[in-house]
Design a binder for this molecule. Structure first.
Ligand SMILES: NC(=O)c1ccc[n+]([C@@H]2O[C@H](COP(=O)([O-])OP(=O)(O)OC[C@H]3O[C@@H](n4cnc5c(N)ncnc54)[C@H](O)[C@@H]3O)[C@@H](O)[C@H]2O)c1
Ligand SMILES: [Zn+2]
Ligand SMILES: [Zn+2]
Length: 371
């Protein structure tokens, strides 16, 4: 079928919305008519080259919609089902999936290769017939996409799809970074560095896990205000200012957990964030650093002798098949805010405007809406 998509042709260029040809689902695949796609910072990493991907690529990995066709052999969903697309596929059978770590599924090795899991060919082609890859095997910057069954999670029909879309990446990643990766405990003091679509959900996760103090750090005033609406008890403009604040409110004990969710993870953030946490404290790095960056400032003395921990986390260390429906139930029960995460909506044609607003610090989440 003919549809349109936002394509990245070269690094540091705007997304180009153009007509594309979408092939039918082959065995194991599903075509989804998308309702919405979130504008996550990870697609910006494609543009800057921080995340290397085969180009050209259709962006977008935070989507939800309705199954519109299924290929042979698909058993977990059927036409008409409402689904969230998980940005990491989970096969259910590999060593990681079968030990409760679906976010580390072996299929993740194919995530940025651009070709379909089912047959290693391109499902999307340009008008001139050139194959185009998809971000995280999804490509939600298109009103229709064809994805592997392992990327599709069926959800209940009463959940608004444009809100459910955010649970495909930002919500689960943020919430899980607090609840699973940081293992926030009741009474903890938690610092969240960077309040975008991910950080706002770290705040929500920390709150639901029972944190006593949640300190939101962001240079942008609007972000600090928003963080309070999601449950932050205190805010600071910088990690330095957060240090004196945390030192005061904890009577010198410092934070139990700190989570880094800045737009880009850089090596110079690690030492100051490690200094925010107490003896036995933990820092989680959820923000993505540039592929080629390996320099980090870190006090190994403090790491060892204060028994601190530094841990990475992908998809909030969550299990997409269990956690996406679980988070949507929390939304239904009023324990998780999704509506409030959406600051502005855009058409697909406005995708570059949406990313400019993200760079300008205007959005918690911008969302592309399809008809
Ligand atoms: N690990 C994963 O599975 C995963 C999944 C999704 C996104 N991510 C990554 O998480 C990061 C955040 O994504 P997002 O969509 O929320 O981004 P975003 O651009 O919406 O938000 C980032 C926020 O960080 C703030 N910030 C920048 N520098 C800062 C600093 N030095 N101190 C404090 N705040 C600072 C910005 O003002 C902004 O509010 C990105 O690196 C993204 O690629 C990781
Ligand atoms: Zn994302
Ligand atoms: Zn697997």
């Amino acid at each position: 079928m003919k549809t349109k998509a936002a394509v990245l042709w070269n690094l540091n260029e705007p997304w180009k919305v153009e007509e594309v040809e979408l092939g039918d689902p082959v065995a194991g695949e599903v075509r989804v008519k998308l309702a919405a796609s979130g504008l996550c910072h990870s697609d910006e990493h494609l543009v800057t080259g921080d995340i290397p991907a085969a180009l050209p690529v259709i962006g977008g990995h935070e989507g939800a919609g309705i199954v519109d066709a299924v290929g042979p052999g698909v058993t977990s969903v059927q036409e008409g089902d409402h689904v969230v697309l998980g940005f990491i596929p989970s096969c259910g059978r590999c060593r990681m999936c079968s030990t409760g770590r679906q976010n580390l599924c072996d299929l993740g090795a194919m995530l940025m290769g651009g070709v379909a899991l089912a047959d290693q060919t391109h499902r999307f082609k340009t008008a001139s017939g050139q194959g185009v890859g998809t971000m995280c095997l999804l490509g939600t910057f298109s009103p229709y996409t064809v994805v592997h069954e392992s990327s599709v999670i069926k959800i209940e029909d009463d959940i608004p799809l444009d809100k459910a879309a955010l649970v495909g990446c930002g919500v689960t990643t943020g919430w899980g970074s607090a609840v699973y990766a940081a293992e926030v405990q009741p009474g903890d003091t938690v610092v969240v560095v960077g309040i975008g679509g991910i950080g706002a959900n770290v705040v929500q996760g920390a709150k639901l896990a029972g944190a006593r103090y949640i300190v939101a750090v962001d240079p942008v005033e609007f972000k600090r205000e928003q963080a309070q609406a999601f449950g932050a008890t205190h805010t600071a403009e910088s990690i330095d200012k957060a240090f004196s604040l945390v030192n005061d409110i904890t009577w010198g004990q410092l934070a139990d957990k700190a989570i880094i969710t800045t737009g880009v993870a850089t090596g110079d953030l690690i030492a100051p964030t490690m200094s925010l946490v107490s003896k036995g404290g933990r820092v989680v790095v959820t923000a993505v650093g540039p592929f080629l960056q390996s320099d980090v400032k870190l006090s190994l003395f403090e790491l060892t002798l204060f028994q601190k921990e530094l841990r990475g986390s992908i998809f909030g260390s969550a299990n997409p098949r269990a956690d996406i429906p679980k988070l949507l139930s929390l939304y239904r029960d009023g324990l998780l805010k999704l509506d409030e995460l959406v600051t502005r909506t855009y058409t697909l044609e406005q995708v570059n405007e949406g990313y400019q607003d993200m760079r300008d610090g205007k959005n918690i989440r911008g969302v592309i809406m399809y008809d």
